[in-house]
Structures are given as structure tokens and as C-alpha cells.
Design a protein around this ligand. Structure first.
Ligand code: C5P
Length: 303
């Protein structure tokens, strides 16, 4: 008998490197993005419903504020894209149990879309190849293919052209969350504004970072963390500079605004240092809340 329900667990991401080229004519920027999937997860459950009921969505969990429970949600768009691509009608309810912060630079919306692609493939036995999933994913958002792949990967083009990166070892992260999100287009626009008049070269893969990942050298990875969107995010949200400073004070191996922010990710030596920093950040009063995570972890997968 075919299944009537499936649950997909999908991680959040941090960027270890985010290098942003000049704004192109289509409004997008060419990127080199080194992603790592980390152990903060959304669980997306898709259940078949009766014929004619269409695609519905509900959001539950810790981080639901600001997530649209309608057709504008990227998860619903993913389901409609699959309907179109495979020419059949989907009657299903999508329940998103959110733990990934909303508008936090951790690809929460993209993660849910990735989960829907993986989930519908399993539920309707569509037999998609990975490449097919990536192709559909990139039509929905630049980060969606990585949320399917997980692990550590380099994204080029708009960030959606993936190659797996060789990485050894486990990395410990402390994640400082903000209670109010930042808009990705606004942060890219601020980045453009701050760089107006300077020459911006095409983004390059940071070899030092890649070698450090291969050698499992977390200190060197910490030193190599770099995000071109960070000045833009800090300009729109000056408190982020204070948050980054707390990590430095407590000896984090590295600190970086994740993607377009406002989440700040601190790389730490081990669990113990992570706990100390989490306590310090909470006590500092400059962050909304704090989470701890490890990476790399798997991408969207049926559980
Ligand atoms: O692809 P996605 O929908 O996630 O992108 C959100 C926004 O981020 C875009 O509308 C654009 O403003 C910006 N962006 C960009 N260059 C990229 C990826 C995203 O300018 N490579």
C-alpha cells in the first residue's frame, strides 16, 4: 500500500564564506558561498488529504511568527511546482514544525521548500534524481539545493550551483538569534550601497578555508570565516557589532553573521566553550536567544 504521510527533517545552515560579486543586471549577485548544515531542524510532515482539497499548510513550533500559512509560503510553492512539473494534482496538508529562526539568515524558508521536494518525491514515488531535486529547488530559491544536499558544500552562481566540499571533523557552534529578522533583499541592497564606487572583483573560493576544513583545523576555519554581507547587516542592525564583540571577548574561534543575518554564528572549540559562551551571550542582554548546534549534518531526509 502506498504511504499516506511522510515526515522530513531538514537542517539550518551557516555560511563559512559568503563572497558577493557586483550586482548583475537581473538584480542578483554572483556568489561564492561555502555552506555548512547544522543541527537545528524543522520537521515537515506531509499528509495526503481527500481529492479536491488542494495544498494546505500549517505552522507549529518555537518560531512561527512571521511565517505565512498560505500559498505565499515557499513550501506551498514547492508543492505547486512539483504539480506542474509532474502534471498531477496534489491534495495534501503540509505541517511545518519550525525550530529554524525566521528571516534569520539560516535558510529556514528554503529548508521547508527542500523538505517538501524530498517529501513529495517519497510520498508519490516520483523517483527524482538528486540533480532533478536541485534543479527544481533552484527555481524556488538560491539556498534550496543546499538544504537538500546538506553536509558542507560550495555554492556558486546565485549560490545554487553546488559542489560538495571535503570537510573532516565536527564543528561546534553557538548561534545568537535575534527576535526581529532582516530582509535578505534589503541586506544585499545595503551591501551594494556601502560598496558603491569601489571596484568589486568576481568572488573566489577561499583556498585557506577549504584546506582548513579538509584538515579539520577548527582554529584556522574560525580565522577564515568571512561574509561580505556582514557590513550591510551590521549597518542595518548596529547591535550586531555588540553581539560579535561578546564572542571575541569569550575567545570564540570565529564569529560571523550568517547569510544576510541577523543571526550570528560563533565557532567554538568544544561543547564546554560553547556552554560558557551561550551563558555569556544570554547574560549580555544583547541577543534574543541562544542555541547550540554542531555541523556538518545531513540535508533534508525522510525520518
Ligand atoms: O534566491 P532567493 O529568493 O533566496 O533570494 C532572495 C533575495 O536575495 C533576492 O531577491 C536578491 O535580492 C538577493 N540575492 C542576490 N543574489 C543572490 C542571491 C540572492 O542578490 N545570488
Amino acid at each position: 500500500m502506498s504511504k499516506s504521510t511522510v515526515t522530513v527533517r531538514v537542517p539550518a545552515k551557516v555560511n563559512l564564506q559568503l563572497s558577493v560579486g557586483p550586482r548583475e543586471e537581473d538584480g542578483y549577485h554572483n556568489l561564492v558561498s561555502v555552506f555548512q548544515a547544522i543541527s537545528i531542524y524543522d520537521d515537515v510532515t506531509i499528509t495526503k488529504t481527500h481529492a479536491g482539497s488542494g495544498i494546505t499548510i500549517s505552522i507549529i513550533g518555537d518560531h512561527t511568527h512571521g511565517v505565512p500559512a498560505d500559498a505565499t509560503n515557499l513550501a506551498v510553492k514547492a508543492a505547486h511546482l512539483i504539480e506542474k512539473e509532474y502534471d498531477f494534482e496534489i491534495d495534501a496538508h503540509i505541517e511545518v514544525k519550525k525550530s529554524i529562526p525566521v528571516a534569520g539568515g539560516m535558510a529556514g524558508g528554503s529548508a521547508d521548500a527542500a523538505a517538501v521536494i524530498v517529501g513529495l518525491d517519497a510520498l508519490y514515488t516520483l523517483m527524482m534524481t538528486r540533480d532533478k531535486m536541485f534543479e527544481l529547488g533552484s527555481q524556488l530559491g538560491s539556498d534550496v539545493p543546499f538544504m537538500i544536499s546538506g553536509g558542507t558544500a560550495i555554492g556558486q552562481g546565485h549560490g545554487d550551483q553546488l559542489t560538495a566540499a571535503l570537510s573532516r571533523g565536527t564543528y561546534h557552534w553557538v548561534i545568537a538569534l535575534s527576535s526581529v529578522g532582516l530582509s535578505t533583499p534589503a541586506v544585499y541592497a545595503e551591501c551594494d550601497r556601502l560598496r558603491a564606487g569601489s571596484t568589486i572583483s568576481a568572488p573566489q573560493i577561499n583556498d585557506q578555508l577549504m584546506q582548513s576544513l579538509l584538515a579539520s583545523n577548527s582554529k584556522a576555519v574560525g580565522r577564515a570565516l568571512h561574509n561580505d554581507l556582514q557590513p550591510g547587516a551590521c549597518s542595518l542592525r548596529p547591535a550586531l557589532t555588540l553581539v560579535l564583540g561578546v564572542g571575541e571577548e569569550y575567545g570564540a574561534l570565529g564569529a560571523i553573521v550568517s547569510g544576510s543575518g541577523p543571526t550570528v554564528a560563533f565557532l567554538v572549540e568544544d561543547e564546554e566553550q560553547g556552554l560558557d559562551l551561550a551563558v555569556a551571550l544570554t547574560a549580555s542582554g544583547v541577543v534574543g536567544s541562544v542555541a547550540r548546534a554542531i555541523g556538518p549534518v545531513h540535508g533534508a531526509k525522510v525520518i
